[in-house]
Design a protein around this ligand. Structure first.
Ligand code: ZN
Length: 254
């Protein structure tokens, strides 16, 4: 029943802002299982300000973790910063808000050029992706589906399009439910961790640079100190699951 609060808050937010109008389940094919509990740390770099993202990198270095950063064309770190942190996994943060797919593909090239290779995974900015079909020719996986507004029980799934969907846990709702210095949220996250441990679940943590400064750090650290999880990047889990399930899907323009 603890999830109910989140579902309610997320539903209200969704009605108000119409952010999460994505029809992923139209393409649901089957749930994909990992061999053990797995965790991925991701960041949507909506504000490519380098002092903030340096703090993220510093903390990950402390725990020996490489995260995945989704980069937005309109606000991204410098090429110098990217090459200085080239061991991190960089993927594409697609902005569909007011943009056609043509524009989104053009902007993908900016990020691909910046990191020096083609991004294969995307996440939609504000979880706003009109149709998964629009991106299937350019990506092998998507991670725009958020676990607060649409429960998928922390498992990725294969779509009928060939693309894999990796649902993530955003920290956004924290803003509405931040009480007791986050102790209430920690209890909820603890439940999520316990269930994932028992069911070989996949937890994809999402924090943003600005909120990282305020309380995203505590969320991320909370997940980092949990035992029993393999920590990987998005690219690594995609590679692993494609091999395990023999997914041969090759997007047309990748
Ligand atoms: Zn975003």
């Amino acid at each position: 029943m603890k999830y109910l609060h989140y579902l309610l808050a997320a539903s209200i937010r969704r009605l108000r802002k119409r952010y999460a109008k994505t029809k992923y389940l139209d393409y649901y094919k089957k749930t994909l299982e990992f061999d053990g509990p797995t965790m991925v740390f991701t960041h949507d770099i909506d504000e490519g300000y380098e002092p903030n993202i340096d703090e993220i990198i510093d903390m990950e270095k402390k725990y020996g973790i490489k995260s995945t950063m989704f980069l937005l064309a309109m606000s991204h770190p410098s090429k110098k910063w990217i090459s200085g942190n080239s061991k991190w996994d960089f993927q594409y943060h697609a902005n569909f808000i007011g943009n056609s797919v043509k524009k989104v593909v053009e902007e993908k090239k900016i990020i691909d050029d910046l990191i020096g290779k083609k991004t294969e995974i995307m996440r939609a900015h504000q979880y706003h992706l009109p149709d998964l079909k629009l991106v299937k020719d350019y990506f092998k996986a998507d991670s725009s589906y958020d676990n607060w507004t649409k429960l998928t029980l922390f498992k990725p799934f294969l779509t009928t399009l060939g693309l894999i969907e990796f649902p993530h846990l955003p920290e956004i709702e924290f803003i509405n439910l931040y009480k007791g210095k986050g102790e209430n949220i920690k209890l909820l996250y603890k439940d999520i961790v316990d269930v994932s441990r028992k069911t070989n679940g996949l937890i994809i943590v999402l924090t943003h640079p600005t909120s990282f400064k305020k309380w995203g750090r505590q969320i991320q650290e909370f997940f980092m100190i949990q035992d029993g999880f393999k920590i990987k990047t998005m690219y690594e889990i995609m590679d692993e699951i494609r091999r395990k399930y023999k997914i041969k899907y090759q997007p047309r323009f990748l």
